[in-house]
Design a protein around this ligand. Sequence first.
Ligand code: F6R
Length: 606
Amino acid sequence: MCGIFVYVGTRNGIRIAIDGLKKVEYRGYDSAGIAFIEKGKIVCKKAVGKLKNLEEKLGDETATTVIAHTRWATHGKPTEENAHPILDAKGSVAVIHNGIIENYMQLREELEREGVKFRTETDTEVISNLIATVYKGDLLKAVQEMMPLIKGAWAIAVIHKDHPDECIVAKNSAPLVLGIGVGETFAASDPNALVHHTREVIYLSDGEVARIRPQGAELFDAEHLPISKQVEQIKHSVEEFSKGQFEHYTLKEIYEQPQAMRNAMLSRFFEDYGTVALDDLFLKPAELLAVKRIVIVAAGTSLHAGMIARYMLEEISRIPTSIEIASEFRYRNPIVEDGTLVIAISQSGETADTIAAVRELKAKGATIIALCNVQGTTLTRDADYTFFLRAGPEIGVCSTKAFTSQLTVLALFSLMMARLRHMSKLEGKEFLIALEAVPEQIETVLAQAMAIQHLADKYAHLNDFFFIGRRYMYPTCLEAALKLKEISYINANGYAAGELKHGPIALLNPHCPTFALCADQVTYDKIISNVLEAKARHSPIIALAFNDDERLHTIANDLILIPKTRDEFAPILASVVCQLFAYFCAKKRGADIDQPRNLAKSVTVE
Ligand code: F6R
């Protein structure tokens, strides 16, 4: 869960590498470092904290081969020593590494027995020392010899003091992409970091190694045989990676949701027939009809999207659906019966827990559909079919537009399954018409941003919140609470409103507001009773309801109205309100919104 950027060319690569690191900084930002070769020696510059601290340490150094890293600590505290690049004991080899070496303790002990002195607490140090130990003049060979010795998920870039014009990169279960320029070659954890320099990229597969030089990349498979791979084009524009007029990526991404949702729906349905045709799903109708059970696996915000989808899949498609926390599921012994379809949801496509759960399910014979925003990721390669979200790059660490795009694609999928079973064309048409209206309804919600900011200003000083809701609004509450927690560091609980009286109501007081999401028509009367219970405990009430609401204005201290839609789509509109609320609370509290403390965008470790 770190960011890698490599430059090998003829220009001064230091500035290029720092700019590249800024694009992968979302992957980890507790320390950063670069290494390059100067007069036959490796020079390493490192700093704890954000990238700007590293920038401040740099002078007018120049180098044409540079490896650069931004870290999210796993083994060892975020100190300068533990920051990458990590050198071997003799200072000949420098390594940057994303991932975890599971057998590093054993390797370290063996190396220590051979007299190698370790200087850091990292698992990475075994890599640089192993390479140095087996090195006999050919860096590529040394890396290839080292690779079978390490276990885990990793991507690495390696330089050697005696090879000033080359860098060896390799990967196993962690992302790494090469960028092919003119007279210069790049490597990065994310193609987004390359788009300013080249659109031509090569995705490395597990076990593959590349020797990159200014004139290009030579590729080798796990058996060390030379291979050639297809050069792919990055489709996103440079603007998609910039903040534009917005103060934060997170805010930009919240505002991009109407368009992201339109993209997610584009050419995927036929309104006249009230049905859906999902590209890349090559399952025949008979195979889809044979689905008897759906298992959704995901983590974090993607898990919440899955929880909302469960209501849809059971209610409109009538398919028994279970939703599984990926990190827990992988340690169960799941029962996979005939007719089990798995939906793995992941914005990044690199979440280790979700991938592990998918592999377990696949090994047991389940068919896997991935819902993913990023192309060419591990999850998309493991899955049998992938629906891309088409939300565009999500750079803010907290997930916003990917979430609402996930809900959109899941709504289309539910409709498709429902139409194949019992739903009439007319019902399907009504469902689609309502879904098509949502992007414009999001625009109406966004137009209330100022009112939501005032509300946030009023409450942002408080340290505890409850979000309560029922049915579709329950997982929406979990997501709202997660957003508030992660970007504004306010303690927030999402609760099924009916559960409040079973314990948590004891926490309500005038300093603990209840944010009641009441935009669910089926359970409306019930949630009103829950809101009254909270009010009776002197909890300030912020209510969110449809714009035809007649009761809450006399009950709630503050009321936010959203356009009327079907209950299935209310989570999208309610979530936009809650995202804005969390954003403005975080802003008022001076938090680092795009890169909240302790977090990273892509969680490639267990
Ligand atoms: C919260 C957030 C995380 C991710 C989670 C899963 O805003 O972004 O909870 O949703 O880490 O990530 P993906 O969807 O990439 O698998």
